[in-house]
Design a binder for this molecule. Structure first.
Ligand code: ATP
Ligand code: MG
Length: 773
């Protein structure tokens, strides 16, 4: 169970106020209420962490409740998977396991009471007629012709419904509220419908099932929930929630509903229906496919519960919907793995290297630490070195570009933990492909600690060719290519064809072949890997790539992988290998306690620059980062913007190199932020620009011009793009005009795409509105 950390957000503020006012007898009871009709996903993880985490924080309790009021789609398989996922996230419900179906009888008694009080009636119309009479926003509805049935008549009909004497859809039970109610949801809403269906728990006991708006508040009240958190879509349902509770009861504790923003994540889908479609149409290998955003998929990918909780903490609890940058999620994952994954050597795409001045039968066994640079963390293994080696194909270039730090004819590199080698000769196959490098090694350079203290620009991962072990490596990548996979209409069109590739020639050092399933490793310079729980066998691990060492999506032109050792990294404080991972904040707190330079900045960033405590914390966990930030702010860029771009974007881009060595220096970064703030490039284009700057250096403004990333504010260009899109999507435009307003976003997306994300979105909206109006 995780330590309850003290979080504060608008929901905890509400609870604090309730406790201060002595409401609910000082109790805090929350619930997580999944419908067992699919596997949980990352959005649910957020809700679980919010509900269970908040209860823990206030020493209250959180119930796990299966909201199983829909017999058609619910299954025991889902119930079991949900329990497993909640436990895996680190939460326990103990005795507090509930099912809505436990309360079917009590709910039915409530319905009878409403009928007796003249507050509900049986409507013998079909749902289509009822919908048609409901009216619209600003247009009152009409009363049902059955609205004035007597109490006795309604009671008899309801009992007949209960006994199963009507067919599906023949009638419904409705609340009797007001057909002119400004909130459409209170225009005599449905309370019960007839469903002759087998329920996975109650069997054939019930031919009628309660609607969400009736069932949910009652479940909360029956269980004694005090604070019922749900997502923003339910804001207008709150009035009905209150109506139900106010017209039934009295309640010992009267629950209240509060809404928070649901989690939407870039490059990700969080709709159960669409996830189900991915599974049933076999676009993925199942609910737990490591590419799926399901908790089961993330677990199998190798993501840890701590990373998910860190992520939830990082994004906080919002009141407004927005798409969270997936970079934040990936940052939390890397940040978590950095401290838990020992570092070993593997080669994914091998190129043969023969060390010509090394005797054929001789092997060196080099003892290397699993935690290089962290002497306090125990654990070493022997890595064989010999005449036949393998390096990555992409680490050799016959005609290297400027700045190339890897191997090339006549150049030297260090083989990490091994020796320095020099490429003397390139051997090619009949097709002209490089098949082998003939190199010589420097006997004085053993173990990366050369006696002659020579500086060698590049360090490469490698393995010995005959003693390394072939393994299956599954290279996972984002499942979708578009940040908003649903924007273009059909999300399947945005599936990334390269979301899973194999590395058929991959080999690992012997020490990585003997590992346990379900353990996490860094392959130096390659990424973090997890030995798959289902596919790994003793001595034959199957590795899933959890994530690359840095975000290569932002700069799709795949820059060189950076050396694994952060040049700015300070030795970490003494820490036994088995010690549980410290919270990152805690770690930074300790750093600040021993460094006045960081501590002063932490205070100054908040008091003088007005940064949020989180940002100040993140920026002062590393002196080179703090100095970089200072240099950016010195250019007169807005400190808050600099902090935001730094923590949201830049950190993800440069995770594995030092800030001191970035091609884009602090001042250049400051000028980049100022340029974006001036509105000359759009936020989407700015991301591309930043990735380029990090990759190749240069001046933000000049590069934006070169790359054509300046914002299109020229309305003629926008008008042309809008016209093009509306012509191409004439059918959708007609549907929009006929009332399908949600298509608006599709047009905006298409126009932005047409203009490569450079247009002023507000202007685009305006032009589209005009054209469609
Ligand atoms: P459905 O469309 O089937 O209702 P759902 O995603 O709402 O799908 P539920 O099982 O009803 O699924 O969700 C359980 C709980 O998780 C609810 O309280 C819901 O508000 C919350 N939840 C669902 N999706 C998200 C999300 N993306 N972000 C945060 N919370 C979520
Ligand atoms: Mg739901």
């Amino acid at each position: 169970m995780s330590e309850p950390t003290r979080r504060s957000n608008f929901l905890t503020d509400i609870i604090d106020a309730d406790l201060a006012a002595k409401k609910n007898g000082g109790k805090v009871v929350t619930r997580f209420p999944p419908e067992p009709n699919g596997y949980l996903h990352v959005g649910h993880a957020k809700s679980i962490i919010l509900n269970f985490g908040t209860a823990l924080q206030f020493e209250g309790r959180c119930h796990l409740r299966f909201d199983d009021t829909n017999p058609a789609t619910e299954e025991t398989e889902y119930v079991e998977s949900i329990k497993r996922d909640v436990r895996w996230l680190g939460f326990e419900w103990g005795e507090r396991l509930f099912h809505a179906s436990d309360f079917f009888e009590k709910m039915y008694q409530c319905a009878i009471r409403l009928v007796k009080d003249g507050k509900a009636f049986v409507d013998s119309q079909g749902v289509d007629a009822i919908r048609e009479q409901r009216g619209d926003f600003g247009k009152p509805g009409r009363n049902s012709p059955f609205r004035d049935r007597t109490v006795a008549e309604n009671l008899a009909l309801l009992e007949k419904m209960r006994r199963g004497e009507f067919k599906d859809g023949e009638c419904v039970l409705r609340a009797k509220i007001d057909m002119a109610h400004p909130n459409v949801l209170l225009r005599d809403p449905l309370l019960y419908r007839i469903r002759h269906a087998h329920h996975y728990r109650t069997g054939d006991q019930w031919p009628i099932y309660p609607m969400y708006d009736f069932a949910h508040p009652l479940e909360d009240a029956f269980e004694g929930v005090t604070h019922s958190f749900c997502t923003l879509e339910f804001e207008s349902n709150r009035e009905m929630y209150d109506w139900v509770l106010d017209n039934l009861g009295p309640w010992e504790t009267r629950p209240r509903q509060y809404e928070f923003a649901r989690l939407e994540l870039g490059y990700t889908i969080v709709s159960k229906r669409k996830l189900l479609q991915l599974v049933t149409e076999k676009h993925v290998e199942g609910w737990d496919d490591p590419r799926m955003p399901t908790i089961a998929g993330l677990r199998r990918r190798g993501v840890t519960p701590e990373a998910l909780r860190d992520f939830a903490e990082l994004i906080g609890v919002a009141k407004n919907n927005s798409v969270v940058d997936i970079g934040k999620f990936e940052f939390a994952i890397r940040n978590d793995l950095e401290n838990r994954a020992p570092k070993g050597l593997a080669v994914l795409n091998p190129l043969k290297v023969t060390v010509t001045n090394w005797p054929a039968e001789k092997f060196d066994e080099i003892e290397l630490a699993w935690w290089p640079g962290e002497p306090a963390r125990a654990g070493t293994r022997k890595v064989p070195f010999g005449r036949q080696l393998l390096i990555e194909q992409e680490d050799f270039s016959e005609t290297p570009p400027k700045d190339w730090k890897r191997l090339a004819p006549g150049r030297e590199v260090r083989l990490i933990g091994g020796y320095v080698i020099k490429c003397d000769e390139v051997v090619k196959g009949s097709d002209g492909q490089v098949v082998e490098l003939r190199c010589s090694y420097d006997p004085d350079s053993r173990g990366g600690d050369p006696a002659d203290k020579r500086k060698v620009p590049g360090s490469l991962n490698w393995v010995e060719a005959t003693r390394s072990v072939p393994v299956t490596v599954r290279l996972y990548d984002r499942l979708f290519m578009a940040e908003q996979p649903e924007a273009g209409g059909n999300f399947l069109e945005n599936l990334n064809p390269d979301s899973l590739t194999l590395a058929p020639g991959a080999r690992v050092e012997p020490g990585l072949a003997q590992i346990e399933p379900e353990t996490r490793w860094q392959f130096i310079r390659q990424g973090y890997f997890f030995s798959d729980p289902k596919l790994s066998r003793p001595g034959a691990p199957v590795f899933n790539r959890i994530i690359r060492l840095k975000d290569t999506w932002a700069a799709k032109a795949a820059p060189a992988p950076t050396p694994e050792v952060r040049r700015d990294k300070k030795p970490k404080e003494d820490k036994p290998a088995a010690a549980p991972k410290k919270g990152r904040t805690e770690h930074r707190n300790e750093l600040r306690a021993s460094s006045p330079e960081l501590a002063q900045r932490y205070t100054r960033y908040q008091q003088e620059l007005g940064l949020a405590p989180d940002d100040a914390d993140l920026l002062t966990g590393d002196l080179s980062l703090a100095k970089y930030f200072d240099a950016a702010v010195a250019t007169q860029a807005s400190p808050k913007s600099v902090a935001r771009w730094l923590t949201n974007e830049l950190l993800g881009l440069v995770k594995d190199e030092g800030f001191a060595d970035l091609k884009l220096d602090g001042a250049g970064f400051g000028r980049f932020v100022a340029l974006v703030d001036s509105g000359k490039v759009s936020p989407a284009a700015a991301k591309t620009l930043l990735a380029k700057l990090v990759e190749q250096g240069g001046e933000a403004e000049a590069l934006a011009g070169q790359l054509g990333l300046e914002k299109v504010t020229d309305s003629s260009a926008i008008v042309a793009a809008v016209e093009k899109v509306l012509t191409a999507q004439a059918a959708e435009a007609a549907r929009y005009r006929a009332g399908e307003k949600k298509l608006f976003g599709v047009f905006v997306g298409a126009v932005m795409k047409e203009l490569q994300g450079t247009a002023d979105a507000a202007l685009v909206r305006k032009v589209i509105t005009e054209k469609l109006g």
